[in-house]
Ligand binder design. Structure first.
Ligand code: SOE
Length: 392
C-alpha cells in the first residue's frame, strides 16, 4: 500500500450495550494493531435513550450519537452499519441498511426466525450485486486456536470427521432471583440458550469441520419459568424490580445431528452449568486424530495425532500464542496470550480486508441463515417429541 492515502470506512453502530461495547473496542483497536487497507472512522452510535447513547458515544469513542438509527442510512459519511441490538430488530435494520447501500455487520444469531433470516440473506444477495457486503458476527471463529483447528482439519491432519462434541456452558442464570432481561424474552431474543449460545457452537462445528448439519433431534428445557422483572440491567446482570414475569425461552438445549460427511455431532447449550462461565468446548475426533478446545483456556488447542508412535502418542497441548499462529503476529511477544475481546478485533480486521478487496466476508448472511435453519429444526424437533428433522 505504501504511503498512499487509504479509503475511509465510516462506521455507524446501532446499540451500545454489552455487544456494542465489545464491537466499539474492536473498531478502536483493530487499526492500532493491524495494518488495515481502509481508514476506520467511528462516526456515530444510535440508541433509544438520548442520555444513554450520548454517554455511550463519549465512553466508547464515537464522534456522534443519535436516537434514530434511520439517520445513519441518510449519512454520506457512514459506509457500514454495525447492528448490535436484540435479535427482533436485526432484520429491519440490516435490510434497510443494505437497501440504502451500506455494508452491514450484524450480531448473531442473524435473526429470530428463519423467515427473517431468509429476508436478510435475500437482501444481502441483492446488495452484493451492487458491491454492498454483509457479514454476521460469529466472533469465536476468530479465536486463534479455533482458526488453527480449522486449518488442521482442512489440511487433513485428523482425517475424516467422525465425531463433533460441542458445548457452550454458562451459569449466569443459576440463581432463580436473577431478573428477567431481553435475553429471556422470546419476542426479543427468538430463543434462549439455543439461539444465544447454541448458535455459536453450531457455527463453530460447521466452520471447523467445513461440513454442514443435515439433520437434528433436540430437547429444550426451561428450569426457572418465573423471574423478578428487572429494574435495571447491565451486560448479563441486572437489579430486580417489583413483581415477576414469565421466562418465555429455553434455559438449556441439548441436540444431536449428522454432518454432511457422515460424522455424528452432539451439542449442549446452557446457562445453568454452575461454575462454567464461558466454556465453549469443542472436541473433534477424526479417522487420523483429534482436536479439543475450551474457551476457558482459549490460548490452547489440544491435538492428538493417531499416526504417532503408540509409545509416546498423546494429546499435545499447543499454546497458540506464536507469531506463526493465526492473528498472533500483530499482538504481543510470543507466549503472552489473548482474551475474549480479541475475537471481535479480528472480526473487524477480516471484515475490513474483505471489504477493501470487494470479497464476500464470511460468515455471510447465507451462513447465518444456515445456522438459523438448524436452530429452527431443533425447536421443531422438540415440539414433535424430539423426532428427527431433516435439513435440506
Ligand atoms: C450471553 O450468553 C453472551 O453474551 C452471548 O450473547 C454472546 O454471544 C457470547 O459471546 C457471550 O455470552
Amino acid at each position: 500500500m505504501g504511503d498512499a492515502p487509504r479509503d475511509q470506512l465510516g462506521v455507524g453502530m446501532v446499540g451500545y450495550s454489552f455487544m456494542g461495547a465489545a464491537h466499539s473496542q474492536a473498531w478502536r483497536t483493530a487499526p492500532r494493531f493491524f495494518d488495515l487497507p481502509l481508514r476506520i472512522d467511528m462516526r456515530v452510535v444510535a440508541g433509544r435513550s438520548a442520555d444513554g447513547v450520548r454517554a455511550a458515544a463519549e465512553r466508547l469513542g464515537w464522534q456522534d450519537s443519535t436516537t434514530d438509527w434511520r439517520t445513519l442510512l441518510e449519512r454520506d459519511d457512514v459506509e457500514l452499519v454495525d447492528v448490535c441490538t436484540p435479535g427482533n430488530t436485526h432484520a429491519e435494520i440490516a435490510v434497510a441498511a443494505l437497501d440504502a447501500g451500506k455494508h452491514v455487520l450484524c450480531e448473531k444469531p442473524l435473526a429470530n426466525t428463519v423467515a427473517e433470516a431468509e429476508q436478510m440473506a435475500a437482501a444481502a444477495e441483492r446488495a452484493a450485486e451492487r458491491g454492498v457486503l454483509a457479514m454476521v458476527g460469529f466472533t469465536y471463529r476468530r479465536v486463534p486456536a479455533i482458526r488453527l483447528a480449522r486449518e488442521l482439519v482442512a489440511d487433513g491432519r485428523i482425517g475424516e470427521v467422525r465425531h463433533v462434541r460441542a458445548q457452550y456452558l454458562q451459569d449466569w442464570l443459576t440463581d432463580p432471583a436473577a431478573p428477567l432481561s431481553w435475553r429471556l424474552d422470546k419476542d426479543k431474543a427468538g430463543s434462549g440458550a439455543l439461539g444465544d449460545i447454541g448458535a455459536h457452537v453450531v457455527d463453530l462445528a460447521q466452520f471447523v469441520t467445513g461440513e454442514s448439519l443435515v439433520g437434528v433431534s433436540g430437547l429444550l428445557e426451561t428450569f426457572v419459568r418465573e423471574r423478578p422483572v428487572a429494574a435495571s440491567s447491565s451486560g448479563l446482570s441486572g437489579q430486580a424490580g417489583e413483581g415477576t414475569g414469565e421466562v418465555t425461552v429455553d434455559d438449556a438445549a441439548l441436540f444431536f445431528g449428522r454432518l454432511s460427511g457422515g460424522g455424528l455431532a452432539s451439542f449442549e447449550a446452557t446457562r445453568f452449568a454452575a461454575g462454567r462461565k464461558n466454556a465453549i468446548r469443542l472436541e473433534i475426533n477424526g479417522s487420523r486424530g483429534s482436536l479439543a478446545f475450551d474457551f476457558e483456556d482459549m490460548n490452547v488447542l489440544h491435538f492428538f495425532d493417531d499416526g504417532e508412535d503408540a509409545r509416546t502418542a498423546g494429546f499435545r497441548r499447543i499454546v497458540v500464542t506464536e507469531p506463526d499462529h493465526p492473528y498472533i503476529a500483530a499482538w504481543w511477544p510470543p507466549g503472552h496470550g489473548l482474551g475474549y475481546e480479541h475475537g471481535f478485533t479480528h472480526q473487524v480486521v477480516d471484515l475490513v480486508e474483505d471489504l477493501a478487496a470487494a470479497r464476500q466476508p464470511r460468515p455471510s448472511f447465507a451462513d447465518g441463515l444456515a445456522v438459523q435453519r438448524v436452530l429452527d429444526a431443533v425447536e421443531r424437533s422438540w415440539q414433535q417429541g424430539s423426532g428427527w428433522v431433516e435439513l435440506s
